[in-house]
Design a protein around this ligand. Structure first.
Ligand code: 6U4
Ligand code: NA
Ligand code: NA
Length: 183
């Protein structure tokens, strides 16, 4: 059987803004990405998502909220690596307390964040992109152009099940299968 590695990935928005992280080292160095990382041995994906989001941005989300924020799975396979990446995907909309927009809340609990609590770590620097149209897709993993664009354009909560195959070299994405289900 194919070896699998599991990851969490948390998309953070505030209305029409998205918080992206500029990676300083490791996988995706020099590129913008959402937040997340490897699941630890035996770790639940929700626990991992809460831990990574806090480590990389300072944002605290309850287990309940993160559970409600789960929106799907992305699978990545590679020409030059037999291990499949399995990425548990979350979407968290936060409310910054300088301009609270409570009426658009879709979850039972809102996450109100003081903008000053958002900080990076040595691995990643978070940066607000002021409008979804200005996302630096040319400097992100190629699959983001497909699923992130779809996710942010959707009015409803979406459920993604995406399969992407990377050709040798890494940057080129070859979509072997992807389907997105609206729920
Ligand atoms: P270390 O340094 O070992 O603690 P860790 O933060 O655990 O690293 P990392 O940064 O290697 O793990 O995790 C990779 C992150 O990149 C995960 O959140 C998943 C995400 N990711 C991997 N491939 C991706 C892709 N093609 N598109 C995407 N995110 C991807 O949008
Ligand atoms: Na990470
Ligand atoms: Na980690």
């Amino acid at each position: 059987p194919r070896k699998r590695k599991e990851f969490s990935l948390i998309v953070v928005t505030n209305g029409n803004r998205i918080l992206l992280g500029l990676k300083h080292r490791g996988f995706g160095k020099g590129m913008y990405n959402s937040f997340g990382g490897k699941l630890e041995q035996g770790e639940d994906s929700v626990v991992a998502a809460c831990r990574e989001l806090h480590e990389e941005t300072g944002i605290c989300v309850t287990m309940k909220h993160m559970t409600e924020s789960k929106i799907g799975i992305l699978h990545f396979t590679f020409d030059d690596d037999p291990t499949e990446m399995c990425v548990h995907l979350f979407r968290v909309n936060i409310y910054c307390n300088d301009h609270v927009t409570v009426e658009t809340a879709s979850s039972s609990e809102q996450i109100v964040v003081d903008p000053l609590t958002i900080r990076g770590c040595d691995e990643i620097t978070p940066e607000w992109i002021e409008n979804f149209f200005h996302i630096p897709l040319h400097n992100m993993f190629a699959d983001d152009s497909i699923w992130l664009t779809y996710l942010l354009a959707s009015e409803k909560k979406v459920c993604l099940d995406g399969w992407f195959h990377f050709l040798e070299g890494g940057q080129e994405v070859n979509t072997i299968r992807h389907h997105f289900v609206d729920i």
